[in-house]
Ligand binder design. Structure first.
Ligand code: CA
Length: 661
């Protein structure tokens, strides 16, 4: 003390600063020095006679398990001290049948108790995911689950055979005209025979009729924002705010208080999908947690699961206050075990990784290898970008330009998305399908699935190792719907013209190489009324209005026919860059505003030996030269009267697909 008082104030401040810097760097170094636990029994292992609990917290000096009768409210609890165990874990085993007991953990770090949290590995919780609950896994299985399995989605279940449909659980059924009884619930999507009016099927029947292969649902793990205690209150969220990664969202169940209900009802939905030939994709959001300091991870092991800035604060490449650190062994282990759990327990068929660019390539490839080993036809893809700067170098992260380094994982092509309709960051910007000149190369780049092709000259370098490496799309839940975008960017066009643009856009997506993805309702001009970020908007913005299907049944049927054409013809589903380079030929004489190309179908063993495809994205009719031979029509949204032999006239915003057998 005496020594300190001898220093002048500035020197004292400097010493304090150095002390804290040493502390900070010590803390960061020590993350690497934390022991890694390799066991597979983290969380709860339940048996009727005994329940084992284990958590990992190498920094704790004491740890407790707190048992409750209810998932919320009651404060009477029994506190049990955990015993220190190997590799930074804490363990206890309790005799007797604990089924129905709610529980949390807390740890003591440097003499201070953390908040109570469910363990990050919890598989069942009470309302709002506040407390975990002991369940007997056997009781979560609906009737017939033991024989439940994923349907094949093509002969070989290749990624390029998939046609993905992206939808939100609540949006699908919440509209008054959905004809679905359990509105906004998992089991609403298990209902059959639902219709908005005679002949206008909704929900599961609609998906089946459409012919898509995979239903990608926005997050359905337990997320934070919607208060499960208040089902009557108007509430909505996309769900990109993860709370309990291994638990289904309670607001999608008919009883969020009962730990089993949400699990069983989600399985019922999956069972119904599978029975009707549809596979299911889980929207995986491991890049951040809804809470930062107070998250389940951070209460048990402060700082460990996250990346940090140089000053020790939480880094934020996600725009959500934190970013996880997939390169840390226990985070990597968590992600891998969580994903495998969803596949094994719920029979999930694929994952879409939110802001995948936050994760490191090594982790993604380990995940891919393990998931493919367990389920060969599994489909993996993600957003190859971040929402901010990350301290992990670009070269190590799963971003789009590193796509080719990813093992059997696809990235979204924002190139074809914006090429077709214009930049998502500028509402007024148009794209190829809405008449913007000079967009041909961007769309051609998408047609060849971002692979190197001698006739494509685009500003971005090819990044795909194969068409399996790319998601081809022009609309998803983010940003304006395609229909709203067309309205905002083409205010002068008539509704009929904009409908043609939408039809052209969807035709490009469903005929291009890569893995196509459609946004729910795009087949009948879904609108969110110009709201571009509807993540917490009212149902009236987000709901799928099934009356639109009736109004635009022509377009819906058209999209169905495109899907069935794609499924019937391998020429649209090439599997290597080499095939694309060799068997797709662009017509370099195509007039401005048009794209013409042919596919050598015979090389792909397609029944169509030659396919000729023309898109006119401009606002005027064009005269196109047609290769010699007899052509049959596969798809035609706008042929002008043929005027001369060897030519075909194509109307504005139209497409023509011809073939030779
Ligand atoms: Ca929740």
């Amino acid at each position: 003390m005496q020594l300190i008082f001898k220093f002048s104030k500035p020197i004292f401040k400097l010493l304090v600063l150095i002390f804290f810097m040493l502390q900070t760097s010590h803390a960061q170094v020590s993350f690497d020095q934390y022991p890694v636990y390799n066991g597979n029994d983290l969380g709860l292992i339940y048996k009727k006679e005994i329940s084992h609990f284990r958590i990992w917290s190498p920094v704790a000096v004491a740890a407790q398990l707190l048992l409750y009768k209810q998932g919320n409210d009651d404060s009477a609890c029994k506190i049990i001290s955990l015993q220190t165990s190997h590799d930074g874990t804490w363990h206890t085993a309790l005799n007797g049948d604990l089924k129905g007991t709610f529980y949390t953990f807390r740890v003591n770090i440097k003499g201070k108790w953390s908040n109570e949290v469910p363990d990050p590995y919890a598989k069942a919780t009470g309302v709002n995911g506040k407390r975990a609950v002991v369940i007997d896994p056997e009781e979560t299985n609906p009737r017939g689950w033991i024989h439940e399995k994923s349907p094949a989605f093509s002969k070989k279940n290749l990624p390029t055979d998939a046609i993905i449909y992206e939808m939100h659980v609540r949006d699908a059924s919440i509209a008054i005209n959905s004809g679905i009884r359990h509105k906004g619930k998992f089991i609403g999507l298990a209902e059959r025979g639902t219709a908005a009016s005679p002949g206008i099927s909704t929900g599961l029947d609609h998906l089946k009729e459409l012919g898509v292969t995979h239903i990608h649902l926005l997050p359905f793990y337990d997320y934070s924002s919607v208060d499960e205690n208040k089902p009557g209150r108007p509430q909505y969220n996309w769900g990109y705010d993860p709370l309990n990664y291994n638990v289904p969202e309670g607001s999608y169940s008919t009883n969020p208080y009962n730990g089993i209900t949400r699990i069983k009802e989600l399985k019922q939905m999956i069972q119904a999908f599978h029975k009707n030939g549809l596979r299911i994709i889980f929207d995986a959001v491991y890049n951040h947690t809804a809470l930062t300091e107070r998250s389940n991870f951070n209460q048990l092991v402060p700082g460990y699961y996250y990346r940090h800035k140089a000053d020790g604060s939480f880094s934020d490449a996600t725009g959500c206050n934190n970013e996880t650190a997939s390169e840390m062994p226990m985070m990597r282990k968590f992600m891998l075990e969580s994903l495998l759990y969803w596949v094994k327990e719920y029979h999930i068929d694929g994952f879409r990784f939110d802001l995948m660019g936050v994760h490191d390539i090594e982790t993604m490839n380990i995940i891919s290898a393990e998931l493919h080993a367990y389920k060969p036809g599994i489909l993996l893809y993600g957003e190859g970008w971040t929402a901010g700067q990350s301290p992990l170098p670009d070269s190590l992260r799963a971003i789009k330009k590193n796509a080719a380094k990813l093992d059997r994982i696809a990235v979204f092509s924002d190139d074809i998305r914006d090429g077709i309709k214009g930049s998502v960051f500028d509402a007024a910007d148009k794209g190829f399908a809405s008449g913007k000149p000079g967009m041909e190369e961007a769309v051609k780049f998408g047609i060849v699935a971002s692979s190197p092709h001698p006739q494509v000259h685009y500003t971005t370098s090819p990044y795909a190792a194969g068409p399996w490496n790319v998601i081809t799309y022009c609309e998803c839940h983010d940003n304006n719907t395609l229909w709203d975008k067309l309205k905002l960017s083409c205010a002068d066009a008539t509704e009929a013209e904009r409908k043609q643009m939408q039809q052209l856009s969807l035709t490009i997506v469903l005929t291009s190489q890569g893995i196509p993805l459609l946004h729910a309702g795009t087949e009948f001009l879904r609108t969110k009324k110009g709201i571009e970020n509807s993540y917490k908007s009212h149902d009236s913005i987000n709901e799928i209005d099934w009356e639109l299907k009736k109004k635009h049944l022509d377009l819906t049927r058209f999209v169905e026919s495109l899907i069935s054409m794609r499924k019937a013809h391998p020429a649209f589903r090439m599997t290597t860059n080499e095939e694309i380079r060799q068997h797709i030929h662009f017509d370099d004489t195509a007039p401005a505003g048009t794209i013409i190309y042919s596919i050598d179908g015979s090389a792909m063993n397609d029944s169509w030996k030659k396919i000729w495809i023309a898109f006119n994205g401009s606002d005027t009719a064009k005269k196109l030269s047609l290769p010699v031979g007899n052509w049959s029509t596969a798809m035609d949204t706008g042929t002008e009267e043929r005027t001369e032999a060897g030519y075909v006239g194509i109307k504005k915003y139209s497409s023509i697909i011809l073939y030779q057998e």
